[in-house]
Ligand binder design. Sequence first.
Ligand SMILES: *Cc1c(COP(=O)(O)O)cnc(C)c1O
Length: 345
Amino acid sequence: MDFTSDNAAGAAPEILEALARANGGTATSYGADEVTTRLQKRLSDVFEREIEVFPVVTGTAANALSLAALTPAHGGIVCHELAHVHLDECGAPEMFSGGAKLLTAGGAGAKVDPATFAAILDAYPAGVVHHVQPAALTLTQSTELGTVYSQAEIGALVEIARGRALHVHMDGARFANALVRLGCTPAEATWKAGIDIMSFGATKNGALAAEAVVVFNSDLAKDLAFRRKRAGHLLSKMRFLSAQLEAYLADDLWLRLARHANEMTDRLASGLREVAGTSLQTSPEANEIFVRLPSAAIRRLKEAGARFHPWPMPGDGAEGRTLRLVTSFQTAPEDVDRFLGILKS
Ligand SMILES: *Cc1c(COP(=O)(O)O)cnc(C)c1O
């Protein structure tokens, strides 16, 4: 009953098998190998357009490189106040961009609120030398609170961004979980909605360690090869990184894994709704649940060996505390049911 995070899960067997296959013989180094070439084609098929892909090892690198490609050193990057780029990347976006400033916006469910976004742009007028110049908007899909932006919500934000010539980045550490919930195509969820560049996550959904910067707007790709090398993410044995991503996409493995993770969240959430004294703090739309539970229930769960992170939220107190529960491609339905059984007992 490990609900600490989706990166507590191991790697999918199909991905490990692909690594073993990639291990046969020799291959050209630094990404000039056949697997990486095939990956570029495969992702172009998946996204129904020519893309450029830059595999990297962490999501932090994918985000920081993407944002650096969008933003001059005197630029501003608008993000949600709970965004991973703001809270969990130790200043990497600021460092990789040479000092761009993150401008944080509020919004329910960890989604950037359009009015707040517009107000930030007004507060940093174009051409005024005293202010950073907003250059990028970054959206996390699915969000840090396990919600999913609708196509309409993304459209509204993109329209505001375009009005000030900002580029738009998507942090897709959990993109597959959002995509299967939206039920649209990868193209519709990204470039057709106005996304210029994305961090395409795979690690949390079954890869060993593989993420990628995927560039839809080719103007933004020209410096990325150099930026990635400088950041230390141009792997000499790139085929092993590309092989993970190729296997992730093959036969829709990524979508199957994400669908399972989401189904486990749905199962858990519907069980939690039946337990007196619990209250869901957000609407679980991907593979994360934020739920307030009575302290005695939390103690019982811990004693039974359940694992999760406390996630303090406004309103926590003597009545109960909020936990974050994350399901993954590996979560077993039996573990979900055992967890619920303990709560109901
Ligand atoms: C996990 C995660 C990342 C990537 O984190 P790394 O630990 O650097 O791989 C990026 N964005 C979000 C929203 C995440 O949850």
